[in-house]
Design a protein around this ligand. Structure first.
Ligand SMILES: Cc1ncc(COP(=O)(O)O)c(C=O)c1O
Length: 503
């Protein structure tokens, strides 16, 4: 069937208009990226301003593509935080590799729904290949199962539900938590300092209750104390509860801590508990030869999360979950309905991703992962990761040699926290009022730097103290960006401290 036509079908753009505006879209994207380093990191606008700019009725008559592009340039782009800025250090926001922009357009072109093999033959195999490549890169068995989801929270949900289904002492699929066979509470474990809030959210979504997340004491380097975990698992089991999953941090969100996988795997095996590694931020570091030792035991984890929209720089959104035994993932999620599978049985059957995760309809996320991975290649990716880690070390050097900053931890990955302590208040933080004042100075520094537009730096808490936090996971960040940001923090710090000290 070869029939070509330039006349538009209902709902479609005329192809000449599509080409004309499409080229303008490419120009707009290129111009945006050309100016990215000079943009404000956050727009200078209040929530009320932004809401007012968008509050309007939907037009009765349709608008042209050119008008929509013009409005994107007038309102959407200027009122968007520059997540791709080389000085965007908030949360764990990846830079959005440009090849991924093209991948997004191409995925939309074929409007793939990755629900099942029949609906998405190429997309299914591209996704499976991405899972194999990522597993190979980090040193995980590449015959594992896996699925792409929206992000780290959904990866953790997918893995933790798989854990629950696998470890529960009865078939929890039909009756779930309401099954009469249930005795005791299902419990999961993460470290108390650096365990991630998404795990608590997962406990919530699974209706286990937030208190089902047991917090295991950490060691001074913020990693989980394996001996303490061992004792907690034994005590909880002895009191009739059902420990089912330990979540190890593989590059924690504030300080990049990597929990001791080998020791945790031994303990989990002894207690019959699933070991999940939350590597949303840091798992890619396992692909760096110099980090192999830190990740020793990785292949023993039952499942892993890795966010492609974080350090890999794939445009939002994309999380990856890997499960060592593929069939366990399928057993946790397999569901069917007559309309989903109408064909007669065939020998050569592709896999249907709807059976391997929480979503049914799914966008072609794998295309951008596939293209980003291929665009960088193994050595390009390693170079990029190592560069971010080196920048965190450079920042650490600036912090430790400045008289007004305090080091809070050694840098390990690209996540680094530190604290402004004006030299006049050094050593006086034992006084609770002074400690509170220093906390306040740090909050105000982050807000002042945000307001200046130079960089997006936020605060967090480390060991109970308010700390400045920088997540250096953009491919675009250079040493100059770190220096410019650090100088701005020091400058604001001095001005704010001077005001506070004068009072
Ligand atoms: C360690 C860790 N796990 C999970 C998540 C949640 O990821 P997402 O925001 O993609 O849902 C994050 C987010 O920063 C994280 O740092």
């Amino acid at each position: 069937m070869t029939r070509t036509s330039s006349s538009a079908r209902p709902g479609d753009l005329d192809l000449d208009e599509f080409r004309r505006v499409g080229y303008q879209v490419i120009d707009a994207i290129a111009a945006y990226h050309a100016g990215l380093a000079d943009r404000r990191a956050i727009p200078d606008a209040t929530p009320t301003d932004v809401a007012a700019r968008f509050a309007e009725p939907l037009a009765l008559d349709g608008e042209s593509a050119a008008a929509l592009l013009a409005d994107w340039q007038a309102r959407v782009e200027p009122l968007s935080t520059a997540v791709g800025s080389p000085r965007h250090f908030a949360l764990v926001n990846g830079s959005g590799a440009m090849i991924g922009i093209l991948a997004e357009a191409l995925a939309a072109c074929i409007n793939t729904n990755g629900v099942s093999w029949k609906v998405a033959p190429a997309a299914t195999e591209v996704e499976r290949q991405c899972i194999r490549w990522l597993a190979q890169f980090i040193g995980y068995p590449d015959d594992c199962g896996g699925v792409l989801v929206s992000g780290g929270t959904m990866s953790n949900l997918t893995a933790i539900l798989t854990a629950l289904r696998h470890v529960a002492p009865y078939d929890s699929t039909p009756g779930g938590l309401q099954d009469a066979a249930r005795s005791g509470r299902f419990l999961l474990y993460m470290s108390d300092q650096e365990g991630h809030v998404s795990v608590t959210r997962v406990a919530d979504m699974l209706n286990l209750g937030r208190t089902a997340v047991r917090l295991v004491p950490s060691r001074p380097d913020f990693t989980m104390d394996a001996a303490a975990l061992d004792r907690m698992l034994a005590a909880d089991r002895a009191s009739g509860d059902l420990p089912f999953c330990v979540v190890a941090q593989l590059g924690s969100v504030n300080v990049g801590a990597i929990d001791p996988l080998d020791a945790l795997a031994d303990i989990c095996a002894r207690h019959g508990v699933w070991l999940h590694g939350d590597g949303a931020c840091g798992l890619l570091a396992a692909g760096l030869p110099e980090f192999r030792d830190r990740f020793r035991g990785l292949e023993r984890a039952d499942s892993l999360s890795l966010d492609a929209h974080k350090w890999l720089g794939v445009p939002y959104d994309c999380g990856v979950v890997l499960v060592r035994e593929r069939e366990r993932l399928r057993r946790a999620f397999s569901i069917t309905a007559p309309y989903l599978r109408s064909e007669t049985e065939v020998a050569d059957r592709g896999i249907d991703f709807l059976e391997y995760g929480p979503q049914m309809s799914r966008s072609f996320r794998a295309l951008k992962v596939w293209m980003v991975l291929r665009h960088f290649g193994v050595s390009g990716l390693r170079r990029m990761l190592a560069k971010n880690i080196a920048l965190a070390h450079h920042l650490h050097d600036r912090v430790r040699t400045h008289p007004d900053f305090e080091v809070l931890h050694d840098p390990l990955l690209y996540l680094y926290c530190f604290r402004y302590v004006p030299r006049e208040l050094r050593g006086r933080e034992g006084d609770a009022e002074i400690a509170r004042a220093v906390d306040q100075i740090n909050r105000e520094i982050a807000e002042a730097v945000q307001r200046s537009g130079v960089a997006f730096v936020t605060t967090t808490r480390i060991g109970g103290k308010v700390a400045l936090r920088m997540s250096i996971c953009s491919q675009r960040t250079l040493q100059d960006d770190i220096d410019m940001t650090f100088d701005a923090l020091a400058h604001e710090g001095r001005a704010i401290a001077a005001r506070q000290l004068a009072n």
